[in-house]
Design a protein around this ligand. Structure first.
Ligand SMILES: [Zn+2]
Length: 306
């Protein structure tokens, strides 16, 4: 099993799939070619395929076992979903549930699902298609969703930020609310939380807005160990050395930079392991300060190399 323990919490990673994505200049418009060139030795090939010129990304779910509960952090892209503007996400048919079963997690075993935010690649396995209907994949789970994201993407929302500022990622997130969020709410399994939410004595969710209005981070604190699951506050390891650079999917650039710096400051000061949602290679890393920036100190101690 591809896992390790932090204090009393077991952390297991389950990879849904990996794919090339966009050219660096498209994904990170604020980062010039020199940065990529200068850091090629560690960015390629795991995080950047220099031959094709495309960034590499991974869809993965972190399974946490804490206090007897089984908790999933983000649920990837999902199967059978219509994602017309993102071919790599469109109508997939991956063996993710078999991969979960391989680490001894059946759908009915899941107690809690954490969606760090409500983008297409974080809520996909919230639901699956059964007899033409989208139903919650995890029948007994509560799903923790940030209310600010729910309000932002809800089509009928009067208070939606979309009323004053269109979502940058509207096309990329087409259909997502209807097929991956609303069915969970209708089933009575969604918990819409605001600002912060304590899951148990070891796990706490907090807003870190910017990438989306409700983007959140999950802090794990147990037995003197510390980790933070940051969703897309960090999209790619290049943002550790270029923390002010946003991805093209960040809704509020100023807030996204501030949240990223705050998360990295705290992680560096406290020696926390940082787990972005899409990191390949070691999936997570400890960071340390490097002038006004940061650098990777060590990778997470997963046993297997994916
Ligand atoms: Zn993402």
């Amino acid at each position: 099993m591809d896992s390790f323990s932090l204090g009393g919490v077991e952390v297991t990673r389950v990879v849904e799939f990996e794919t090339p994505t966009r050219p660096p200049a498209v994904m990170f418009t604020e980062i010039g070619p020199q940065v990529w060139h200068d850091n090629r030795s560690w960015l390629a090939p795991d995080h950047w395929d220099h031959d094709t010129g495309l960034l590499m990304t991974r869809m993965q779910t972190f399974v946490l076992r804490s206090g007897g509960a089984t908790i999933l952090v983000d649920t990837g892209v999902g199967n059978d979903k219509s994602r017309p503007s993102i071919p790599a996400f469109d109508r997939r048919g991956t063996d993710f549930l078999a991969r979960l079963a391989a680490v001894n997690v059946l759908p009915e075993d899941v107690d809690l699902v954490v969606n760090t935010h409500l983008h297409a690649d974080h809520v996909g396995w919230n639901t699956r298609l059964v007899d033409g209907n989208w139903v919650p994949t995890f029948p007994y789970a509560r799903y923790l969703m940030p209310r600010a994201d729910y309000d932002f993407w809800r089509p009928d929302s009067a208070r939606s930020a979309r009323s004053t500022r269109p979502a940058r990622t509207a096309a990329a997130n087409a259909n997502v609310f209807d097929d991956s969020v609303a069915p969970v709410v209708r089933a009575g399994q969604a918990v819409l939380w605001e600002d912060s939410y304590d899951i148990d004595g070891a796990l706490r969710l907090e807003y870190a807005p910017g990438h989306t209005p409700g983007s959140s981070v999950l802090t794990l604190r147990s037995g003197g160990e510390l980790a933070v699951f940051v969703g897309d506050v960090l999209h790619h390891p290049v943002q550790i050395i270029e923390p002010d650079a946003n991805s093209c999917f960040c809704e509020d650039p100023t807030a996204a930079r501030a949240s990223r710096r705050r998360v990295l400051d705290r992680a560096a000061d406290q020696g926390a392991l940082v787990f972005p949602a899409h990191l390949r290679g070691g999936s997570g890393a400890r960071v340390r300060r490097n002038g006004s920036s940061y650098t990777i100190q060590s990778w997470a101690p997963f046993r297997e190399r994916v």
